[in-house]
Design a protein around this ligand. Sequence first.
Ligand SMILES: Nc1ncnc2c1ncn2[C@@H]1O[C@H](COP(=O)(O)OP(=O)(O)OP(=O)(O)O)[C@@H](O)[C@H]1O
Length: 590
Amino acid sequence: MGLAVLGSVLGMAVTLLTGQVVGAVPGVIDDAPGAMSLTEFSWLLGALLLVFVLESLTPAIHQVASLIMDAALVRQIGTGITEPLLRPRRVAHLEDTVVLDVQERAKGKGGFHLAQGLGNLPWLLASRVTLVGSAAIVGVMFSWPVAAMLVAVTLLLEWYGGRLIEREIDVWWGNTEEQRRADYLFDLGMRDAPKELRVFGLHDWLVQRYVREWTTGFRPVWNRRRKNVKWSILTGGLHLAANGLAILLVGRAALAGELPLTEVATTVPAILAIGVSMNGYGVVQVRRGLSAYRAMEKLPGTIAERHPEPVATSRHRVETMPAREVRFENVSFRYPGSDVDVLRDLDLTIRAHEALALVGVNGAGKSTLVKLLAGAYRPTEGRITVDGVDLSELDQAAWQRRIAAIVQDFLRFPLSVTDNVVFGAVERADDQVALAKVARESGIDQVVRRLPAAWDTVLDKTFDGGVDLSGGEWQRVALARALFAVHAGAGVLVLDEPAAALDVRAEAELVGRYLELTSGVASLIISHRFSVVRNADRICVLADGRITEDGTHEQLLDKGGTYATMFHLQAERYVTSEASDGPGSEVLDA
Ligand SMILES: Nc1ncnc2c1ncn2[C@@H]1O[C@H](COP(=O)(O)OP(=O)(O)OP(=O)(O)O)[C@@H](O)[C@H]1O
């Protein structure tokens, strides 16, 4: 800002010195009495040159400074917007449209965001200094009424021009759905599903749809812009006319001999400087940037107000929990904004050191139960206790660190294999012994051996030397991550569909080692594969939002209920497939 203001002050100094130089030329040439000496004139010319050079340098210095500060600013804004969303231990705020709206506004749109606003602030400030300074020059050298007229016309037209731009942006902001859809289609084609789109021959459909959504999204903006054009031409014309009138008045005074050459030579560039200082776009950008800034400031407060973080009121040492059990007591749950209960009066006890399996049809609520266990949501009714203490009274962050999990949509970090595993307990990232152990347990040691840079290989093909893993290999990496967390001391292990992408042999290995892997922790395993489930100490069936069956594999088979039916259906399929294609039931036998 200092540099921008300095630039505009130097610009005015150039105007003043130019006036002096031009005014002095006739006297110096004629060597008139009382006129400037050649030496004095040379000094004046030198001063003009110096100021001119300095003025020319300031934009370059300003640009370098801006580039450096811009990087820091973008980082600051990035953390300012993402941190408040990442910090809460629960996740309901991420599905709250009010919060997401504030976040959208904080991010800004179409260039009208905080960084853009701040980037424009120095120029706006400089144009204000130029406006005031040049008007003062016009006032002192020529006429205060003309100076006042120029300032008034500039500000008025700037305000009006700004409003036109704002109206256009409002149309843009208020019409986000099609733009979002167009963005989504673009991402789909470029990033998310390039292979499937080709397989299904959807290229033309995608392009047409993208063009349609994009056009629909921007049509209202174009309509608004078209309406604005005639007003913009009118305001531009008016401004030009005001400046032209001022110059005409200067010319007339000069011709009438009322205005000396120095004053003429100073006033004309000053009027032109006022002409270019009109900066409606800058005003709008700064104003929009400010509103993005306000939204950014508001974001943490909005989240805290709508989704208050639970305050740890219990002094129990979470680090050793659960020593006895985790209990769901009469728990009911519906997702925010939904009117359907996913869980209804559910009672369930997960004992410490016990391997508990949870089965149920698609959509029964198994993953939802895991989210509640992890404290990502709180029950709508009822409570969850850990060793008798209400989960919501515990330090949520500490409790979440007690849980090691593979969830269905586990994270695939575009980082090295090591990072992908040690992120299970990042504070123990240097524990090579644990790393080697989980590599064996999860079976990724064989995968790592084949990778070009072994543990350092980046698991993302878009990076130099990076590779992509198969679905099953990724699943082993996720298992290794969860086991790394267990070795680091996590007390609850959740395996949500750990075998979904594993081949028969890998699945059999997992099954064989399952109780060993889960020994010493409370574990909850969710799987549609009964080969995995049957080895658990206890199996619960989740149906209609509650636990309907509870017992060992044998007990539930004897009972002849849902579990037995589901098991026999799957077993039958395996037996049939063995008869026709060979292996298959070996997993069940295991
Ligand atoms: N974020 C959410 N908002 C609203 N409803 C949700 C959300 N997540 C899941 N649901 C709904 O909750 C119900 C239970 O889903 P959940 O993922 O817990 O089932 P699941 O038993 O794990 O199923 P699957 O065996 O297919 O993995 C489903 O009807 C689902 O549509």
